[in-house]
Write a protein that binds this ligand. Structure first.
Ligand code: NAD
Ligand code: UDP
Length: 315
């Protein structure tokens, strides 16, 4: 009966999104570093709604309080303004280690800080995991494959990264973060999980993310010319005269936009194709949001953000 009352009251009487009731033994204390960011805040929502206790640690470099403010005050939620480069002493069962700028303009803004966050920050979180016996999941990236020479990329591929290029602070930072995870696993018995995430998009992603999806949508919404980098240039310079699908499905701009060519960014991967058979086979995981639906959600979010910015400009 108590369970039912909890469910019903969380639906009707509180200002929070509905939260499932979990018994003490199933409820976990979960730390999400970078939890105020794009991916982290969605993860926060999911784990909170599943009934866990969630602590978000963030220095608000690229994240925003706004992304998690709907949980502030909830008894299962805590938000700590903290930089993972500094040690952290708390008690948890699981750590999702996401703290790191993720998009090129953000991680190149202060490369030394990006390196510190991914190296010292990861070391600290592994030290924490070791002390409290927590499992740590590292949000790694497809960037560990660099500018790949093998297609598609499966997890066995070691990558092709320029160690002194402008993206190295992120790529090598994540590679060393992975190395640290497996060193702590082998030497200290820490349980680790490493997810290599490919470009993700959706609501709460940064409008100035700098990568193709956000650039494309933002410029179309603002009536600026579309920027299509690698695909069009390589198609232009190839000898293929028949039609070639570049992005599937093709984004249909609500405005008629001109296409503008920009020089390729240095060390930008020329081609990337994920091989997700391992995740499918071992985790039964595959992306569930169709591309078109994901794009639509992102577009709606960007429209609202632009409106919000326009409204606040004159206050
Ligand atoms: P994001 O920038 O929205 O989130 C990162 C969060 O980490 C932000 O809230 C930021 O303030 C916080 N942060 C940064 N440095 C910190 C520090 N020193 N201490 C505490 N907090 C810090 O980025 P995102 O897209 O949500 O990415 C989350 C994670 O997933 C990152 O580790 C990123 O490398 C990884 N990833 C993301 C993508 C993607 O497409 N979004 C792809 C591959 C990997
Ligand atoms: N650390 C932390 N929280 C903890 C335990 C450790 O932030 O609860 C940090 C600690 O400051 C150290 C790092 O994690 O810099 C690595 O910890 P570890 O115990 O592996 O190394 P040691 O402290 O023995 O050098």
């Amino acid at each position: 009966i108590e369970e039912r009352i909890d469910e019903v009251s969380s639906l009707f009487f509180t200002k929070y999104p509905p939260v499932k009731f979990l018994s003490e033994k199933d409820r976990k204390r979960i730390l999400i570093t970078g939890g105020a960011g794009f991916v982290g805040s969605h993860l926060t929502d999911k784990l909170m709604m599943d009934g866990h206790e969630v602590t978000v640690v963030d220095n608000f470099f690229t994240g925003r309080k706004r992304n998690v403010e709907h949980w502030i005050g909830h008894e299962n939620f805590e938000l700590i303004n903290h930089d993972v480069v500094e040690p952290l002493y708390i008690e948890v069962d699981q750590i999702y280690h996401l703290a790191s700028p993720a998009s090129p303009p953000n991680y190149m803004y202060n490369p030394i800080k990006t390196l510190k966050t991914n190296t010292i920050g990861t070391l600290n979180m592994l030290g924490l995991a070791k002390r409290v016996g927590a499992r740590l999941l590292l949000a790694s990236t497809s960037e560990v494959y660099g500018d790949p020479e093998v297609h598609p990329q499966n997890e066995e591929y070691w990558g092709h990264v320029n160690p002194i290029g402008p993206r190295a602070c992120y790529d090598e930072g994540k590679r060393v973060a992975e190395t640290m995870c497996y060193a702590y696993m082998k030497q200290e018995g820490v349980e680790v999980r490493v997810a290599r995430i490919f470009n993700t998009f959706g609501s709460r992603m940064h409008m100035n993310d700098g990568r193709v999806v956000s650039n494309f949508i933002l410029q179309a919404l603002q009536g600026e010319p579309l920027t299509v980098l690698n695909g069009l240039v390589s198609l232009m310079n190839s000898n293929i005269s028949s039609p070639v699908n570049l992005v599937n499905p093709t984004y249909r701009s609500p405005l008629r936009s001109q296409i503008q060519f920009l020089p390729e960014a240095q060390d930008d991967p020329r081609r990337r194709r994920p091989d997700i058979r391992k995740a499918k086979m071992m985790l039964g995981w595959e992306p569930v949001v169709p591309l078109e639906e994901g794009l639509n959600k992102t577009i709606q979010y960007f429209s609202r953000e632009l409106e919000h910015q326009a409204n606040n400009q004159y206050i």
